[in-house]
Design a protein around this ligand. Structure first.
Ligand code: TYM
Length: 339
């Protein structure tokens, strides 16, 4: 038994993994992993909720690449379990059960569902039930903390509500998780639009929207040079808004500078100086991630051993929890019949 808090988080292997994902999630996982009993999952079943975007060979490649990026960002498989969601079948089983106990109105209220659904003609039921699958991911492992970006806060609140509802209906099976969200960098905005969150799907199709974690330095520099600022010319670090705030936030998160250091470095300086500093800090910060990802992707044997080991650990925990869930619901026939 470990006294470290159980931590679970994940990234969908879809679109172009960007610096918002890195700052809001991956860098926190790696930095704090010594204090966590951590499980980090590539949530491939979530990537199926937009079936029209699936290209099977691209998805397969992205799953491997996301595992490689987890490791290249500093996650150590000796300290944390890294696995792929679809290899632990209990995620799908519990997701169905939680879908059944979740009122429709709770799912329809989710901001992300409303945004995604309003942007498309047909909406699959999976997109609506997505938060029940996310709740399953978290609740299977008695998770205490869920390190994520700000956009996932509502899903984690829903997870708590679903756990409380299940426990009230069928007995105390699930622990209640809490979101763990960093102060600076929990919501990085698009470089081309300070009002829209940096997004993996937009980043994949629109040049200059995002900074990809494994983009080469020339692509990163071009995106930052073309980033939207405003009609001013000098920086006021305390009151900066819009695109200037986005660049300052990226710099501060990547360089770990304090507020005082940010003030001393940038106050009264021009936007051109800010951009050159952000380019330098981001290219330098992401260089090891890009190089290590390339190295790991060249031979997948090591990646496979990492996810086999992570999957075995996750399966052990998930099987125990599902036995309790089935028992609470009266559907533990397999065990009863074999007695
Ligand atoms: P996903 O794949 O969209 O994003 C992965 C992580 O990156 C964070 N993030 C951001 N942080 C800062 N600025 C941004 N612009 C930004 N965009 C994304 C997200 O908050 C997330 O932490 N539903 C989740 C995946 C998931 C999950 C889970 C997470 C499935 N099951 C269980 C935690 C626990 C998602 O789509 O993340």
């Amino acid at each position: 038994m470990t006294s470290k808090p159980r931590v679970f988080s994940g990234v969908q292997p879809s679109g172009k993994l960007h610096i918002g994902n890195y700052i809001g999630a991956l860098s926190v996982w790696a930095k704090e992993q010594d204090t966590f009993d951590g499980l980090f999952c590539v949530v491939d079943l979530h990537a199926l909720t937009v079936p029209e975007a699936i290209n099977p060979s691209v998805l397969n490649q992205k799953i491997w690449e996301t595992v490689a990026i987890y490791l290249a960002s500093g996650l150590d498989p000796k300290k944390s379990s890294i696995f792929v969601q679809s290899t632990v079948h209990e995620h799908a089983e519990l997701a169905w059960i939680l879908t059944c106990v979740t009122p429709l109105g709770w799912l329809e209220r989710m901001t992300q569902f409303k945004t995604k659904a309003s942007a498309r003609e047909t909406v699959g039921s999976g997109l609506l039930c997505y938060p029940a699958l996310m709740a399953a991911d978290i609740l299977l492992y008695d998770t205490k903390l869920v390190p994520v970006g700000e956009d996932q806060r509502q899903h984690i609140e829903l997870t708590r509500d679903v756990a409380i509802r299940f426990n009230n209906m069928f007995g105390p099976v699930f622990s209640l998780p809490e979101a763990m969200i960093r102060k600076v960098g929990a919501r990085i905005m698009g470089l081309d639009d300070p009002n829209a969150k940096m997004s993996k799907s937009i980043g994949e199709i629109k040049v200059g929207h995002s900074i990809g974690v494994i983009d080469p330095p020339n692509v990163i520099a071009k995106a930052i040079k073309s980033a939207v600022t405003d009609s001013g010319s000098t920086i006021d670090t305390d009151n900066a808004a819009g695109g200037v705030r986005t660049l300052l936030t990226i710099y501060q998160a990547v360089s770990n500078a304090s507020d005082d250091e940010m003030h001393a470095r940038f106050n009264g300086k021009g936007y051109g100086f800010l951009k050159s500093q952000v380019i330098e800090a981001v290219c330098e910060g992401l260089r090891p991630v890009r190089e290590e990802t390339q190295r790991l992707m060249a031979d997948k044997t090591y990646l496979k051993s990492v996810i086999d080991q992570g999957s075995e650990i996750a399966s052990g925990i998930a099987e125990e929890k599902m036995a309790l869930v089935r028992n609470a619901l009266g559907i533990d026939f397999i065990k009863k019949l074999s007695k």
